[in-house]
Design a protein around this ligand. Structure first.
Ligand SMILES: NC(=O)C1=CN([C@@H]2O[C@H](COP(=O)(O)OP(=O)(O)OC[C@H]3O[C@@H](n4cnc5c(N)ncnc54)[C@H](O)[C@@H]3O)[C@@H](O)[C@H]2O)C=CC1
Ligand SMILES: O=c1[nH]c(=O)c2[nH+]cn([C@@H]3O[C@H](COP(=O)(O)O)[C@@H](O)[C@H]3O)c2[nH]1
Ligand SMILES: [K+]
Length: 505
């Protein structure tokens, strides 16, 4: 007699895989390829960050002081993504960072110093971090632009750093254009006026920045993205900001709203707290037009609680970040693949988008996060080595690196998040993050388009021609996956070579 044939099952549906009591990370799981009937270039990755905030690219820069300030925000928005400006500074400074990013429609931002022609430049420090000083008649931003003093020019003739008058180094460049000019319009103006640079001017006459021919040519040299920039109803870049859940954060929020912030993220490692639920309710009552993202959460229970309170989006991840020590210190958290899947299942029922936050170190992780139900990915270390991240490059063991630190590291806590701990009964600070460094990756304007293309190729292999279609494959159990054993993970990586060079593009 024939034995009864076993039911044939090729790979598992996510539902089965994630219900066995294991906490899986992105690297633990692998997807089985499906059927391709479309070109990779046609994969649509447009998405929603939160209930009312659409993005054409599902990438978000973390609210961390070594990742997201105004230059990152302008660049991410120009790419179709978004940055969340960190709150590890005063409310006034955070609001000015939001405003600076929203004061232009190009991914170029210098944060220049303003001086009148009669002023003295005492040392190179007077340039701050900007490549030039902007010279206006009165020396303030609401005055007629005369030109600029280039840091390089000044250094060439001032090797000894001695004092000199601004007027002696002035490169005359009085052409200005409206702040809302995009790259193509600025390019055309530079050609038409035979100018080397143009000033960007707000409607109220405030000079915002200077865009040079060199800037325009640099940005034109980056790959063309098949996506639109993130522009809000105000015609400005879409920019987010983080706040905490303390009383004084209500005042911070007021300043951020005045600066035009488009979305706020309640920045906490454990979002399911009475403090956060109350803050969500407060924001939804006082600023119903602004989306509020709650988190962080890793369970269905936590997610449900924030959704009931009115959260428009959820940020998922506890201890999965590259600089995080939360799981080690507090014994709580979850493998990120499991966390994203579980929270997404709950959020999906209420139509709330999920941000997979932390643990992204390659494009494969992004494909996994999005296919397991996330609508966007939030990245810290992946972006921290870019030109647009705050801070200067330094050399470490012959490598060009930038500092990258956890917001719960002792260093970051003593810099600004201190306010968070001032009112606490427990005054002893415990770090939940480290300070480190990441490799120079160049401009996000260069490597994000390549990353996006790699994600499109992953989606093509899965037979998903859009984010929506990937989520449908997940829910219909057509998406099949397996857990990789340790040996399978080794096999899936580079192995058996004496030497190699790893280049992604
Ligand atoms: N995603 C992750 O795995 C983790 C992220 N982080 C990051 O580190 C930073 C700090 O995170 P947390 O320490 O969780 O910040 P937090 O501000 O949420 O919490 C700090 C402490 O303040 C308390 N607290 C908050 N609001 C309060 C209120 N209104 N009244 C009284 N006490 C209140 C909290 O219960 C907690 O004990 C954030 O930027 C966060 O994103 C830190 C650890 C883990
Ligand atoms: O345990 C933590 N201690 C910290 O000090 C810390 N700072 C940031 N974060 C979280 O990590 C995310 C970024 O992670 P990646 O570098 O892996 O992208 C971020 O987006 C945060 O969610 C922290 N987690
Ligand atoms: K970690």
């Amino acid at each position: 007699m024939d034995p009864t044939p076993l039911p044939f099952e090729d790979g598992f549906a996510a539902e089965k895989l994630f219900n066995q009591g294991f906490s899986y990370t992105y690297d633990d799981v692998i997807f089985l390829p499906n059927y391709i009937d479309f070109a990779a270039d046609t994969v649509q990755l447009k998405t929603n960050l939160s209930r009312n905030l659409p993005l054409s690219v599902p990438f978000v820069a973390s609210p961390m002081d070594t990742v997201s300030e105004s230059a990152m925000a302008a660049a991410m928005a120009s790419l179709g993504g978004i940055a969340i400006i960190h709150s590890n500074t005063t409310a006034a400074v955070q609001a000015s960072l939001v405003r600076a990013a929203k004061s232009r429609r190009v991914p170029i931002l210098h944060d220049p110093v303003f001086l009148p022609p009669s002023a003295e430049i005492a040392s190179v420090d007077d340039f701050s971090d900007s490549p030039f000083i902007l010279v206006t008649e009165s020396g303030n931003p609401k005055s007629t632009l005369l030109g600029y003093v280039s840091r390089d020019d000044w250094l060439k003739t001032n090797q000894n750093d001695k004092g000199s008058r601004v007027g002696d180094y002035l490169v005359e460049s009085p052409v200005t254009v409206p702040w809302s000019y995009d790259l193509a319009k600025i390019d055309a103006t530079l050609n038409e006026k035979k100018a080397n640079s143009v000033g960007l001017v707000r409607d109220d006459g405030e000079l915002v920045d200077l865009v040079t021919r060199e800037d325009v040519d640099r940005v034109k040299g980056y790959p063309k993205l098949l996506a639109q920039g993130s522009v809000g109803p105000d015609g400005e870049w879409i920019v987010g900001a983080a706040i905490g859940t303390r009383e004084q954060d209500k005042e911070r929020l007021e300043q951020l709203v005045k600066a035009g912030v488009n979305v706020v993220v309640l920045d906490s490692s454990q979002g399911n707290s009475i403090y956060q639920l109350e803050m969500i309710k407060y924001i939804k009552k006082v600023y119903p037009e602004i989306d509020v993202i709650g988190g962080n959460v890793v369970t269905s229970y936590q997610a449900d609680s924030l959704i009931q309170a009115g959260a428009d989006g959820l940020r998922v991840g506890m201890g999965s970040g590259s600089i995080c020590t939360t799981q080690e210190v507090c014994a709580v958290g979850r493998g990120q693949a499991t966390a994203v899947y579980k929270v997404s299942c709950t959020a999906y029922k209420s139509g709330i988008p999920v941000i997979a936050d932390g643990g992204i170190s390659n494009s494969g992780h992004i494909v996994k996060a999005l296919s397991l139900g996330a609508s966007t990915v939030m990245m810290g270390s992946f972006l921290a080595g870019s030109t647009e991240a705050p801070g200067a490059y330094v050399y470490q063991n012959g490598q060009r690196v930038k500092k990258y630190r956890g917001m719960g590291s002792l260093e970051a806590m003593t810099q600004g998040s201190d306010q968070r701990y001032l009112g606490d009964t427990a005054k002893l600070k415990i770090a939940q993050g480290v300070v480190g460094a990441v490799k120079d990756k160049g401009s996000v304007l260069n490597f994000i388009p390549y990353t996006l293309q790699a994600v499109r190729q992953g989606f093509q292999d899965l037979g998903a021609n859009s984010l929506e279609s990937a989520h449908n494959l997940l829910r219909s159990r057509e998406l099949r996956l397996e857990v990789r054993t340790g040996a399978a993970q080794v096999e899936g990586g580079i192995h058996g070579l004496v030497s190699y060079e790893k280049k992604y593009f």
